[in-house]
Design a protein around this ligand. Structure first.
Ligand SMILES: [Mg+2]
Length: 161
């Protein structure tokens, strides 16, 4: 099924090296918006450490973002010290093929792509016969937290009356 992810996680940092090994993953292609950074461009907490740990375990990385904003994607790539492809046109194969080349991994089955969107990330990845990992969008996380904060605020305010 082209629209069914191979795996679903809440956020990228929930993925463990054991899971990658079980699925023979040697390299990862990463989406940026709402996967690594939120809409305010704030990086996901712990992302740098997670990438560094995975690198130490031998996992290779490349970013493939559909964003046209080269400066924004370049900045994230620099911060994480990994190569990148911007304007990658997922769900077409163009950018994912480029990223695969950069990773230098022959067999697509050894590559996982991680992203928050079904119709770009998962669809493109499954078309490439790579391993698709769907995350929840970081912005929703923020909305949830804000909603919780508002609920708590209301409760506190009610108490004060
Ligand atoms: Mg995204």
């Amino acid at each position: 099924m082209l629209l069914t992810p191979n795996m679903q996680v809440r956020k990228i940092t929930d993925i463990t090296i054991e899971t990658l090994r079980e699925n023979n993953i040697k390299g990862m292609i990463l989406d940026v918006d709402n996967t690594l950074i939120d809409l305010d461009r704030v990086p996901l907490e712990g992302i740098k450490e997670w990438i560094d740990n995975m690198k130490n375990e031998g996992i290779k990385f490349c970013i493939a973002s559909n964003s046209l904003k080269k400066d924004k994607i370049g900045k994230v790539a620099k911060m994480l010290d990994i190569p990148y492809v911007h304007f990658s046109a997922k769900p077409t194969k163009i950018g994912l093929k480029k990223a695969k080349q950069i990773l230098g991994i022959e067999n697509s089955k050894n590559i996982a792509e991680v992203g928050d969107q079904l119709f770009t990330d998962v669809l493109g990845t499954n078309r490439m016969k790579m391993f698709s990992i769907l995350t929840e969008p970081l912005c929703e996380e923020k909305v949830k937290i804000n909603n919780l904060k508002r609920k708590l605020e209301k409760r506190v305010l009610r108490r004060k009356k």
